[in-house]
Design a binder for this molecule. Sequence first.
Ligand SMILES: O=C(CO)[C@H](O)[C@H](O)COP(=O)(O)O
Ligand SMILES: [Fe+2]
Length: 224
Amino acid sequence: MALQINPSILSADFSRLADEAKAVEGADWLHVDVMDNHFVPNLTLGVPVVDSLGKATETPLDCHLMIDDPDRWAPQYIEAGAGSVTFHVEAAAAPVRLAREIRAKGARASMALKPATPIEPYEDLLPELDMLLVMTVEPGFGGQAFLDIMLPKIRRTRQLIDKHGLQMWLQVDGGVSAATIERCAEAGADVFVAGSAVYGADDPAKAVQALRQLAEKATGTPGT
Ligand SMILES: O=C(CO)[C@H](O)[C@H](O)COP(=O)(O)O
Ligand SMILES: [Fe+2]
């Protein structure tokens, strides 16, 4: 299991996105939060910004779509350069068809669960996915406190992934920091999104390294 740190550009300075992306080159993926003010009560960025960001950094883009109608919009993010596209199961009309379409277009297919959405009804969908995202805050804003009550769901999701012998990744997003990453890693997460813990640090690249070391220490696993 390879451990990965994905800095979230949501906590960066949006007037300097290209520089902020370069500040974390060496991270595994750059996490891009797309919010539409319908699925979540916040508005961030869309396809044209993802297109420009992809040209400004070598780091592959991990697009987290917090939007209504991802069935319609996800393909456009792949065309804009996203290497991984996460849709919310609560918003998708046809999650299996959407996951297959994302893969067919050459990106990694990922599905997210809000805190109140259980994993169990979606066990049979896991083979259709390259990553499952367990949200550890209510989606919509950076800088929120990590929800400890999500740790059992992370553990149960890891058990289901292992039970099916799948190689898919298990991502956590929201409130991941030096204070919480070890608990997430111990529970079985292997991809860690961190916004404020990276971009709120004096040296974002060093913050990525520090988080990686903590996750590795917690699991005894070297990262990528
Ligand atoms: O999806 C998100 C919020 O909905 C963000 O990716 C997440 O909140 C990152 O910010 P932080 O690490 O500061 O919590
Ligand atoms: Fe996110």
